[in-house]
Ligand binder design. Sequence first.
Ligand code: CA
Length: 226
Amino acid sequence: MRILVVEDEKKVQRFIKQALEQAGMVVDTVGTVTDMLAALQSVAYDAIVLDRLLGSADSLDSLDEIRKSSPHSKVIVLSALAEVEDKVKGLSQGADDYMGKPFHVAELVARIRTLTRREAAVEHAVKDNLVAFEDLKIDLEKQRVFRGEKRIDLTGKEFRILCLLARHPGQIFSKAAILDQAWDLNHYPESNIVEVTIANLRAKIDKGYKPLIKSRRGLGYWLGEA
Ligand code: CA
């Protein structure tokens, strides 16, 4: 998930960036409306965290332009102006969410996840025992996996891990969570079993295709955008 943080106070900007990165998101930062609009030209962000007062500018005035250049980005406005009428103004001008300052960063992370998941949930809904993500298809009933038209044979463990990731695109699963979901307690696995199984899974699923399984050391694994 890639996020653009628009904030003119360097300290707050750094703080938000750090927190979102810890949550596994890729974060770019800018401090002005001009730099924001330039950034939107080159990258399709999943969400924009938009401070309302940037120098003397009210960034709500830029919402139209943001919508035009980046129609699929979710916009979360952050502002010390957080009376009901301020929030109503922000939302009615096209923001997807509006949070008052000061804010808890955990709440910001949760709101970004909720906003971006709403669309993902519609796209990736499980229909007729079929889980689909881009050209990956999983038939849960027959336990068959396809990329495009190609059928891919997986072991039971590989299949369980792939199902776990594919049912929750973008959600990060720690090694412990994967162990918990794919191995039973009676079988005490070697310490690197998750890495080994995911390496095998990647070789079968991603080799020769656009890679879908992502990872970050110390954090975990997920399916979808970086
Ligand atoms: Ca500000």
